[in-house]
Design a protein around this ligand. Sequence first.
Ligand SMILES: [Mg+2]
Length: 260
Amino acid sequence: MLADLQGFVFDLDGCVWNGSVLNTGAGEVLAALHRHGRRLAFLSNNSRATGRDLREQLHLLGVTVAEHVLTPLEIIGEFILERFGRSRVLVIGAEEMAAVIEKAGHELTDPARYRDATVVAVGNDFDLTYERLTAASRAAAAGAPLVTPNLDPRLPIEGGDFLPGCGAIVEAVARAAGVQPIVVGKPEPPLFRIALGRLGLPAAAAAMVGDSLVSDIGGARAVGMRTVLYAPHGGEVTGAADVVVHSFGELAQLAGVGRC
Ligand SMILES: [Mg+2]
């Protein structure tokens, strides 16, 4: 089922790692896939880091086979440019997200001047305040399109715990403003297509491996990729994806790269 595939695209949070800890077997299996000539890419919905940042983190954790690493921050600035032209953007989120949006040629505005915003970009914001939530909600309610890297409700971290995800904050803004958010990252197609382009493979020759039924499995299926749900804790997941694995060892066996 997976042994004939030439490439694998891996989700990061909740799949390859939780917080700053690699999941059991992830490092060994990624190395084995690489040794067996499989092409690898990594596709995270992270709204606080660029692909380069995450590639460095992977390398520090010993995953030196990570070359192609993508997040919505690679494209959010261009995305806003293509859809809405040069904009005045109110960013509620990490400095990294504000930086890539500014780099794409947009002007940034701050919460106190939310009325000037022509676009609102909301990512996961570890410094979220009621003031920022209010500014984003009012700007979106006044007609500034609400753009976000992802709608993932949770950010999995070490020890099986989680932090509220970007999607939880976006949901608050969207509900208050009465608008629908526009998603840049998974499950929307652009990042999947860029990842496949980096691998030089057609969708049918690659599988997406991830823990989110909506962002990873739904998104990959929509572009024609094979889907592998990583479900270390089991649960009612049969039939949800082409293949369900409960460990990286199981993935290695199905991919024909042996026991790890
Ligand atoms: Mg995930």
